[in-house]
Design a binder for this molecule. Structure first.
Ligand SMILES: Nc1ncnc2c1ncn2[C@@H]1O[C@H](COP(=O)(O)OP(=O)(O)OP(=O)(O)O)[C@@H](O)[C@H]1O
Ligand SMILES: [Mg+2]
Length: 420
């Protein structure tokens, strides 16, 4: 991956997760993205992907950014912040522009995308991204890049991603309280998908399933564009709670047992395998068959993947995701997740590791870092776009902007719109 920018620039991705805040520092130049530093800090300020405690979130962001800054040896001033949660919705929209027989230009494309955004959204919501699915020039559809084509009418078919304004405001507020600017706000599963998918997979059709601590995010690509995104309100934390209740052990112990011995498919475990479970309230530790642990975990994992399958089927997209499913998020690190997903989804499944970056890649070499790396990639693409359009001074999203429903913070296209 290379970027058309004249000199190296720093881009920082800030993944605000239900269990951790991750700040990923990348240096972007014409050779690609070099990871310079990462700061990972546990965070209890979010519930199900949405900020629920400003103070706790601010504290974690500060710590994560400081750690990343120290490791990278650069000063962090602005970040690409991730946003997630079940307030996110997607809806189809079209934009049309007359081109009266001449060649389609970038301005025409910007105009039809602008047109697609010009639909009424609820007063308490904002458009986060306008993701082009295809363009139509006169009667020819399925066009990816219409620039240079001739016709009289250009149409864009777009997927609009909207978010609750208050949730965006809270993300921006937390970042600003740390003395940082928000370069843009980005849908987290979109960032994760960008970090782990190949162009072929997007083209053929695939599903990205990010199982984090609080939620499972589903993003479906069909024909190279995003066909659907939704959030299932269950994740790794539910598995931990099930283990704590099922084995009558404290949450911290349940988390440790899950990570060390958990398995999503009981039949992968030999009958004689045993684990030691610490007791609560002064009770002595006891030996338990490892199979008992997986019997607790398996139904929850099955429930999550069954819901993923149900949603894909309901949309009629099961046939279309023939490249299969790619799993990201920390919870997919558990043994047996791949196999369980393959059985339930009936699709080929692989784990998604962040790709397309160099530098200290071992720091971001897990499916739980897909979002952080994807945010840096998103920022790098924005910078390259800005340079290629001759607009080099990137602005920032502020709380005031979000409150005024100003175009900043509306993703790549929002930024393009704002720069006119
Ligand atoms: N080795 C492991 N085995 C099983 N589960 C794991 C392992 N490592 C991490 N997890 C689980 O992954 C979850 C955290 O994943 P991740 O860091 O992707 O979440 P997050 O981004 O903070 O949350 P969310 O995306 O839901 O807001 C936790 O539930 C944790 O228990
Ligand atoms: Mg996450």
């Amino acid at each position: 991956m290379s970027f058309n920018i004249p000199q190296p620039e720093i881009v920082v991705g800030l993944d605000l997760g239900t269990t951790k805040v991750s700040a990923v520092v990348g240096e972007v130049d014409s050779d690609g993205i070099t990871i310079l530093g990462v700061g990972n800090v546990p965070c209890r300020g979010l519930r199900k992907g949405v900020v629920s405690n400003i103070e706790w979130t601010v504290r974690s962001i500060r710590e994560a950014v400081e750690a990343a800054q120290t490791m990278a040896g650069v000063e962090i001033r602005s970040v690409y912040a991730g946003v997630a949660g079940s307030h996110i919705r997607s809806q189809a929209s079209d934009g049309v522009a007359a081109i009266s027989g001449r060649e389609v230009t970038q301005d025409d494309v910007d105009r039809v995308l602008e047109g697609a955004r010009a639909i009424p959204v609820d007063a308490d919501r904002m458009i986060l991204h306008a993701l082009p699915r295809e363009y139509v020039v006169d009667t020819q559809d399925g066009i990816r890049d219409p620039i240079g084509m001739s016709g009289v009418r250009l149409q864009s078919r777009v997927n609009l991603i909207t978010a609750a304004t208050s949730c965006l405001q809270n993300v921006i507020r937390c970042v600003e309280r740390c003395g940082l600017e928000v370069a843009d706000v980005v849908l987290e599963p979109l960032a994760s998908a960008d970090a782990v998918l190949s162009e072929d997979e997007k083209e053929i059709g695939c599903a990205v399933v990010d199982i984090g601590g609080g939620t499972t995010d589903l993003l479906i690509y069909t024909d190279g564009g995003i066909g659907h995104t939704s959030v299932i309100p269950a994740g790794g934390n539910n598995i931990t709670s099930d283990v704590a209740a099922g084995l009558r052990t404290p949450m911290a112990e349940a988390e440790r047992l899950k990570r060390n011995y958990g398995c999503a498919l009981g039949r992968m475990i030999a009958d004689e395998e045993e684990i030691e479970v610490p007791g609560v309230g002064g009770h002595a530790p006891r030996k338990v068959a490892r199979r008992v642990l997986s019997d607790i975990i398996e139904p929850r994992v099955e429930e999550i993947f069954s819901e993923v399958r149900r949603r894909i089927e309901e949309l009629g997209l099961l046939e279309q995701v023939s490249a299969g499913a790619v799993l990201t998020g920390g919870a997919v690190l558990m043994e047996g997740m791949n196999e369980c997903a393959e059985e339930i989804l009936g699709l080929p499944v692989r784990l998604g590791f962040p790709m397309g970056v160099k530098g200290i890649v071992q720091l971001v070499q897990g499916p739980q870092y897909a979002t952080g790396v994807g945010l840096v990639r998103f920022g790098a693409q924005q910078l390259a776009e800005a340079h290629s359009h001759g607009r080099v001074a990137l602005g920032s999203t502020t709380v005031a902007d979000a409150e005024n429903d100003a175009p900043r913070g509306n993703g790549l296209w929002g930024w393009l719109r704002a720069a006119f």
